[in-house]
Design a protein around this ligand. Structure first.
Ligand code: APR
Ligand code: PHB
Length: 389
């Protein structure tokens, strides 16, 4: 088999790249280790930056997102029971859209199906070869049979644990990492959200987040210790803890119910540099991880592949390698800004085991500054709704 761009991974990064290249007439094959159902079963953040919404629109897959997504003009921060709203539309004229990552993935999969393009699910033992030359190859096993896919380029969109980054010689790669000493316990529940917009809450007992998927489905999180297991958290314990960490009004109006999903996610910041090795590119979670505070993961993946698609389109249309040569530096500049923002949101909103009373006063001062300064609030708004791609 032969194609122009072999894409490893059918998460949002790989599928969106496939779509952007399809729109430019560039052929792709996607190889995905898991089944379609498994990929769609993963629950992840659900806030789309305005630039991501515009990108999905341009890619021609925005219809369902506009029909079902909830446009939010702002978010709320709650510090020790004191709740404050940041109105992004008023501050900078921009908004975000709440629409689950699972839905984005499904929309992209369905569009790819309609176009009759190849996605090989349950592709085992994917291995990358010869990407330091002009004829890269990808080998994989499907239903016990070995296959080889010859291509011009390989896009490594296979997430943090994927094979792409692992295929790069260790001495060509530099990594930067921070692991946070806590996790997020999240639950999904078929009950209306407690508020119209998201509430990010800081409390001395730990962080909490009130989010949503739709007017009837809510997503809530509480900060837990990294060693906590889901089995230790009954629904009742979760609701009791959440109520303690939010303001009184939210605690009183919270509508609880049986959880339909419950899981603990660790928090990590990670960046690999560079993101191009000959004819192999890394994009999305394969290239970087952000802690979920600020919901940048999917948005960063989308901006990476927007830049990569542009570079590849330029290569085929103009026989110019300027775009692919500049890919790594261009995306890393935006990645580090999103890393900074996610780290900052994480630092001010969580309770760290080693934070002393000075550190706690600094966290409060950050909140007071955001509340009292339009410049500070604008900076939050600009970063939350997304920096330019
Ligand atoms: N071969 C083929 N596919 C693989 C391999 C492999 N060796 N390893 C991993 N994959 C697949 C995974 O099964 C997954 O479906 O690559 C896909 C990567 O998808 P994601 O993990 O969703 O990563 P990405 O597309 O970069 O999306 C970024 O996902 O994790 C969230 O917060 C993150 O929202 C962000 C988004
Ligand atoms: C979510 O709805 O899952 C969500 C929202 C915002 C975040 C993280 C997760 O910052």
């Amino acid at each position: 088999m032969r194609t122009k761009v072999a894409i490893i991974g059918a998460g949002p990064a790989g599928l969106l790249l496939g779509r952007l290249l399809e729109n430019a007439g560039i052929e792709t094959v996607i190889l995905e280790r898991r089944s379609r159902e498994y990929v769609l079963g993963r629950i992840r953040a659900g806030v789309l930056e305005q630039g991501t919404v515009e990108l999905l629109d341009r890619a021609g897959i925005g219809e369902k997102m506009h029909a079902e997504g909830l446009v939010h003009d702002g978010v709320e921060f709650c510090f020790g029971g004191d709740r404050h709203r940041f109105n992004f539309r008023e501050l900078i004229g921009r908004t975000v859209t709440v629409y689950g990552q699972t839905e984005v993935t499904r929309d992209l999969m369905q569009a790819r199906d309609r176009s009759g393009l190849t996605t090989v699910y349950e592709a085992e033992n994917v291995s990358l070869h010869d990407f330091d030359g002009t004829s890269p190859k990808v080998r994989y096993v499907k239903d016990g049979v070995e296959h080889e896919l010859a291509c011009d380029f390989i896009a490594g969109c296979d997430g943090y644990h994927g094979v792409s980054r692992a295929s790069v010689p260790e001495n060509s790669l530099r990594t930067f990492e921070r692991v946070y000493p806590f996790g997020w316990l999240g639950i999904l529940v078929d009950r209306p959200p407690v508020a119209d917009e998201l509430i990010y809450a800081h409390h001395e007992r730990g962080f909490a987040l009130c989010s949503m998927r739709s007017p009837t489905r809510s997503r809530y999180y509480v900060q837990v210790s990294s060693s906590d297991r889901v089995e230790e958290w009954s629904d009742q314990r979760f609701w009791d803890e959440l109520r303690r960490r939010v303001d009184e009004e939210a605690a009183d109006s919270l509508v609880t119910g049986p959880s339909i999903e419950k899981s603990v996610a660790p928090l990590r910041s990670f960046v690999a540099e560079p993101l191009r090795f000959g004819r192999l590119f890394l994009a999305g979670d394969a290239a970087h991880i952000v802690p979920p505070t600020g919901a940048k993961g999917l948005n960063l993946a989308a901006s990476d592949v927007a830049v990569l698609a542009e570079a590849l389109i330029e290569f085929y249309a103009e026989q110019s390698s300027a775009g692919i040569d500049g890919y790594s530096a261009r995306v890393l500049s935006r990645i580090w800004k999103a890393e900074r923002f996610s780290w900052w949101m994480t630092s001010i909103l969580h309770t760290f085991p080693d934070t002393d009373s000075f550190g706690r006063r600094i966290q409060r001062a950050e909140f007071e500054y955001l509340k009292s300064s339009t410049a500070a609030a604008r900076s939050l708004a600009e970063n939350y709704t997304g920096l330019p791609i």
